[in-house]
Design a protein around this ligand. Structure first.
Ligand SMILES: Cc1cc2nc3c(=O)[nH]c(=O)nc-3n(C[C@H](O)[C@H](O)[C@H](O)COP(=O)(O)O)c2cc1C
Length: 511
């Protein structure tokens, strides 16, 4: 069996840690003691159990330090991760990830929005066994975390998309493949298939789903004793089953929507064949934004063929390129990378937004698997999305990389959930840096949360192992913090556990 190696490549046997971990006392807990005992490195210790003992990772890190003196492969401090990545990565690669649009006002507002919500923990509640699973579109996922689609990963580390996809697979986190990837989709799938997937979570078990049904109380409901009266159950009626999906590792496909329907059809057909379960259509990036850090260094990867792997490996795109650009009728993409790059960028970042009625084309091409719109920020668009027949939305401002001055997505999340949460699966991203951030978004009604930059910083610092460490740390923090908050399942998280503070928010906003 191919077991992923630890962050430090340390495969040495080590003793059972049960006595160190209060969570492990109870045989009925979600945590498989044998898994913890048998596994020999930090990130495998959290998998291969009936359910996943995410919090165990914290114990593993202490144990590693105590027994070997080894420190975590990247810092576990979210406020220091960015600086560590800056020191490890090439300046262009780092700037591309770190940078936001304009004066980065939205990027900072995303963090401030999180700081303006505080959690109200509840005491004297048994929070074991803890269950982080959620149900999305009829499928149970082990945790509410998804890997955000991030383009051009070869610019950050040679492990690139394949490394991040492997890290996600090791932790049962769905990997969302970006249209702007630097690795062809099929190459990643082949690499994943070489690695034995972790055991799937039992589908028969009743999940503590945030999605179906969930409980969402009105804002600022008094916490004391109100969970049952004040919560408002709603179900996601559009939870399309995914009949032909593989149990895990799970992958979704993100589309930058080409102008040419033939190319779109070809990309979606490949994504279906590759086993992508959900189509994520990104709406906010039909044109490049004003990004000063990249402008000042002249870094535009797509112009020189980087991040175009999906298009360059597409037979329909390639044939069209030859037909349009080859005077001899024989030139291939590789014969004129600059022209091919211009053609591809003109397709996916054309400057022309598609229209709501065009979604019918995507539905026809994608069939009955779920479609999710990413980049919805207004209640009005969320309502249009619900009417359009898609299955879900991701409330997102692209991490502040597109329209500078756009509202923080967290600010809009509750209103959007209230408007369409009974019809659409509402997910969230932009600004998630900590486990508690994840819990806040879930408590405000998100069914799942996408994580972006922190994982890429992990990748930039230490490749696949770095990405895996960041994800494992985040999951551990979600797990531990959920217990401290007084919740046993994701479905218990609701707005009665939150308070929006009336002062100006925390002063320190370094993230
Ligand atoms: C370097 C970088 C590249 C990205 N590439 C894509 C992409 O190809 N497709 C997409 O839909 N979103 C893309 N995004 C946006 C992310 O999916 C996500 O919305 C964003 O990272 C959330 O912000 P956060 O990372 O600050 O939390 C990218 C973000 C970053 C930082």
């Amino acid at each position: 069996m191919n077991r992923p190696r630890s962050s430090n490549g340390d495969e040495a046997d080590r003793p059972n840690l049960n006595n160190l971990n209060a969570n492990m006392k109870d045989e009925k807990t979600t945590h498989s003691t044998t898994a913890a005992a048998n596994n020999t490195n930090p990130t495998t210790a959290v998998i291969n159990s009936n359910r996943i003992a995410y919090g165990q990772y914290q114990i593993d890190l202490y144990f590693q330090a105590l027994t070997t003196g080894k420190k975590p492969i990247t810092t576990t401090d979210p406020n220091k991760l960015e600086q560590q990545a800056r020191e490890a990565m090439s300046p262009q690669g780092f700037n591309y990830v770190f940078g936001g649009a304009g004066e980065q006002a939205t990027m900072h507002a995303n963090r401030l929005a999180f700081r303006q919500w505080k959690v109200i923990p509840r005491m004297l509640r048994d929070t074991l066994p803890r269950n982080l699973s959620v149900k999305l579109f009829g499928k149970t996922y082990d945790s509410p975390i998804l890997m955000a689609p991030i383009g051009v990963q070869s610019a950050y580390h040679p492990d690139a998309e394949t490394g991040v996809a492997k890290a996600c697979a090791a932790l049962n986190i769905p990997f969302i493949y970006s249209t702007a990837s630097s690795t062809p989709l099929e190459e990643i799938v082949a690499a994943l298939e070489e690695t034995e997937p972790p055991e799937p979570s039992p589908e028969t078990e009743e999940p503590a789903s945030a999605a179906e049904p969930t409980t969402t109380a009105p804002l600022q409901t008094p916490a004391e004793g109100k969970e049952t009266e004040a919560t408002r159950p709603h179900t996601s009626s559009t939870s399309t089953l995914v009949p032909d999906s593989k149990p895990s590792p799970s992958r979704w496909f993100q589309l930058y929507w080409p102008v040419d329907d033939d190319i779109t059809a070809s990309l979606l057909s490949r994504a279906r064949v590759a086993g992508c379960e959900v189509l994520v259509v990104t709406l906010d990036t039909f044109t490049m934004a004003w990004r000063p850090l990249d402008l000042d260094t002249g870094f535009l990867p797509f112009a020189v063929g980087e991040g175009n792997a999906l298009g360059f490996s597409d037979s329909v795109f390639r044939q069209k390129f030859t037909d349009k650009f080859s005077s001899s009728g024989e030139d291939q993409v590789e014969d004129n990378i600059l022209a091919a790059s211009r053609y591809w960028a003109g397709e996916v970042f054309s400057g022309h937004a598609h229209k709501w009625e065009d979604l019918a084309t995507l539905r026809k091409l994608w069939g009955d698997r779920p479609i999710v719109l990413k980049g919805v920020l207004s209640v009005e668009d969320a309502v249009l999305a619900a009417r359009s027949g898609v299955d879900g939305i991701i409330v997102s401002n692209h991490g502040g990389r597109q329209l500078d001055g756009a509202v923080p997505s967290l600010e809009m999340l509750p209103e959007i959930v209230d408007a369409v949460g009974d019809r659409l699966t509402v997910m969230f991203d932009s600004g998630v840096r900590t486990g508690v951030d994840v819990l806040k978004a879930l408590a405000l009604g998100a069914k799942a949360v996408l994580v972006g930059r922190p994982v890429i910083y992990g990748l930039g610092i230490a490749g696949t192992d770095g990405a895996k460490h960041v994800l494992a740390s985040l999951l551990a923090e979600v797990d531990q913090s959920m217990g401290l908050l007084g919740a046993q399942t994701v479905g218990e998280l609701n707005r009665s556990m939150l308070r929006k503070i009336s002062y100006g928010g925390d002063v320190k906003t370094s993230l």
